[in-house]
Ligand binder design. Structure first.
Ligand SMILES: [Zn+2]
Length: 311
């Protein structure tokens, strides 16, 4: 049987929120089978649980934000996507995440620090079958036309592979790999995807700061680009770091489904909003998906039993 996974021990992280600039502490704790991933706002007078579900997503403008029942006026946790991406990459199903503010810390702007943190805590196999969300028919969402066209698509596939194409018409980004294809079954998430950092343009910074966004952003936690070039002294971590970060984000955005998808995902210029719209469209059609588990591990997609070796 392919088993569910949680953490072996409690682990903690401290950092600042990218948008809020607030100091925040995370405590990640093991959770029972079929709990899913649940954030708990422990800074509120009465702690509030916010389960990670596709319909908890309440804002997707700059990052993926969740609130109980998806209520935009409710208590929230912002910027969950990099941590969710790490959980998916390591195959973690069940976790409590106590948080002391309304935003997950940005750390180094990638998911590598979360991967390290989770792996250091250890992965515990649980006595319950791991469930996957199998896509049975293709779904697609499109927005805009011409130069503003963007789309995202899910198609049936025995495994989880992603393809992302960027197009920014910017000299620094055009000089890098524009398309990345990644197969989760390759076992290379931590090495090939997790280190890709988020990125931002200096020309947007002033406007965003005036709206109270990116207050915690710096070259320590993002690739910063002016009108011509990357400003970070050390340059890029991968030749195609921008497109890889979009794959990292998509993995996190789709993991709010509560289970790893068995699907081929592809997107052209998409983002958090389109990814959530795609997931909602999929889940709204009962004919388009089903939950499956693998009593015989040999029937699981190649590489899925080894996503994160348990010790
Ligand atoms: Zn991101």
């Amino acid at each position: 049987m392919l088993q569910q996974r949680t953490l072996k021990t409690i682990t903690r992280a401290v950092g600042v929120g990218l948008h809020s600039g607030q100091r925040v502490e995370l405590t990640l704790r093991p959770a029972a089978p079929d709990t899913g991933i649940v954030f708990r706002r422990v800074d509120l007078p009465v702690p509030v649980d916010i389960p990670v579900r596709f319909d908890s997503v309440s804002d997707t403008r700059m990052a993926s934000t969740i609130s109980p029942g998806g209520d935009p006026g409710g208590p929230k946790v912002q910027t969950i996507e990099h941590l969710m991406s790490a959980c998916c990459g390591l195959g973690l199903d069940n976790l409590y995440i106590d948080i002391t503010a309304d935003e997950v810390p940005i750390l180094d702007g990638s998911s590598a620090s979360f991967v390290f943190l989770l792996q250091s805590a250890g992965i515990q196999l649980q006595n319950a079958p791991k469930k996957f969300l199998r896509v049975k028919k293709a779904v697609e969402v499109r927005e805009g036309e011409g130069a503003r066209l963007m789309w995202a698509r899910l198609e049936p596939f025995h495994g989880f592979k992603l393809s992302f194409q960027i197009e920014f018409n910017h000299p620094a980004l055009d000089a890098t790999g524009q398309q990345v294809v990644f197969d989760m079954g390759s076992g290379t998430y931590a090495r090939e995807i997790a280190r890709a950092r988020t990125f931002g343009f200096t020309r947007d910074v002033e406007a965003m700061r005036s709206r109270g966004l990116t207050l915690g952003g710096s070259m320590d936690n993002a690739i910063v680009i002016d009108d011509y070039r990357v400003l970070n002294a050390d340059g890029l971590r991968y030749d195609d770091e921008f497109a890889k970060h979009k794959i990292l984000d998509a993995i996190g955005d789709l993991y709010v489904a509560g289970h790893t998808l068995l699907a081929a995902y592809s997107s052209f210029k998409g983002g958090h909003a389109l990814n959530n719209k795609l997931l909602r469209q999929l889940l709204a059609d009962a004919e388009a998906w089903e939950l499956v588990s693998f009593a015989d591990t040999a029937e699981a997609p190649r590489g899925f039993a080894e996503l994160a070796p348990a010790w």
